[in-house]
Design a protein around this ligand. Sequence first.
Ligand SMILES: [Zn+2]
Length: 465
Amino acid sequence: MSIGEWLTRCVWLPAHERLRGRATLAEMRSLATLLSAPADCVQAAARERLRALLRFAAQHLPYYTELFAQRGVDAGATDPIAALQRLPVMHKRHVRAAGDAIVWPAVPGGLQPCVSGGTSGDTLHFHVDRLRQAQSMGARLAMQRHLGVDVGARRIWLWGSPLEMKRSRVRRVRDRLLNEIPLDAFDMGPPEMDAYLRTMQRFRPRLIMAYASAATMLAQYARDQRRAIALPGLRAIVLTGDEVSDEDRRLIRTVFGAPVYTEYGSREVGLIAYECPHARLHVLTPHVHVEITQGDDAVPGGEIGNITCTNLNTRAQPFIRYHLGDVGRLVPERCGCGLPLPVLEIRGARITGFVALPSGRLCHGHLVAYLARAESCVQAFRVIQPTLHELQVLIVVDETYTPAARTRMQQAFARYFGPDMHVDIRVVDALPPDPSGKRRHVISHVAPTLTRYDVVESPAEILAD
Ligand SMILES: [Zn+2]
């Protein structure tokens, strides 16, 4: 470990997290201690946390007080899992309808506003607390240590968020102290990708974290350009955000020369599961209780159904039996890696595409989510790009919608996509089903070709083919 990495681990990162009011490193250590215990102890601890959550919800959140009474749920029951299963599965519409009756404003550290909808196209405004933030970050650090990447080690993020990516001076200093370099997945043309590859070579990261689709595109670009990428210190590439095929995983591993893992989570629930060195996705049971459901019923172990999550420790706005929208199963067998955590298999998850810009660059579809969900009246959206210069944005809105919201969205899209892109925003009653049968909120009839042939200078060359 270099002096820089040591300083990040022992000085800058703890100071940064303290300033933000998050006990991230304490949470990381606490999870690591729990993970060295036998599986029975970990599950017993998780059950106690579930019981505490149910008691809290019954006492402090009127929505749950009423729901528990209706369903005859005893929050102090000896078997909290049986009590939990008497409750209905919660969908986004239930969270919206519950309003403030599901929010605890007195939460330590205050309510932290959050918006989801990055991958499903169905937006939700809600609150998290500092504990939830610290636990998700702490769990990520703990699981990355398990993959051989220590706290403070050099990290590259291939990520994107218009707000988070603002290259302010403060932000640059912060990134430097934390040993991190963010690369913008919202801006991926050939010159940008060349620059990203050069940055990686120079910085020699120990970890690359990326949207799966962005990492795939960068790997395809490096391969097609016949660029030899030597990253001797790289220990792991962690993919998130979208589903990744085995073929893409192999390509990323070959190009960057390190094992590829995935993490699984959502804005509403936080970090849910992390892949281990045996390529199994382990549920972080001390933080989240995962059930597989059909309708309101939990299905027997091993069967496929809807992935349904309960935040065990967050108090700001706890989601109890929350329907994520992904499908999968809990594997009955234990994993050989020794982690005392159950294994989750995901079948059919979220897929995010790219939008092709008239300038010849590609922009990760998450940008569209950021733009669409900035308006709180938007409940769901889909963006279709039929031609290079055209975006159709379909939005489903609630009763707070006004034409001014549409104008603001129009302006936001114009700001990012420029005058050469015609953006047509339409309010619809419901989104039509995706013709591919997948759940995509960005459907570009132009960009998919580009992701395979992104060495060309201009998409016009492909379109002319
Ligand atoms: Zn494992």
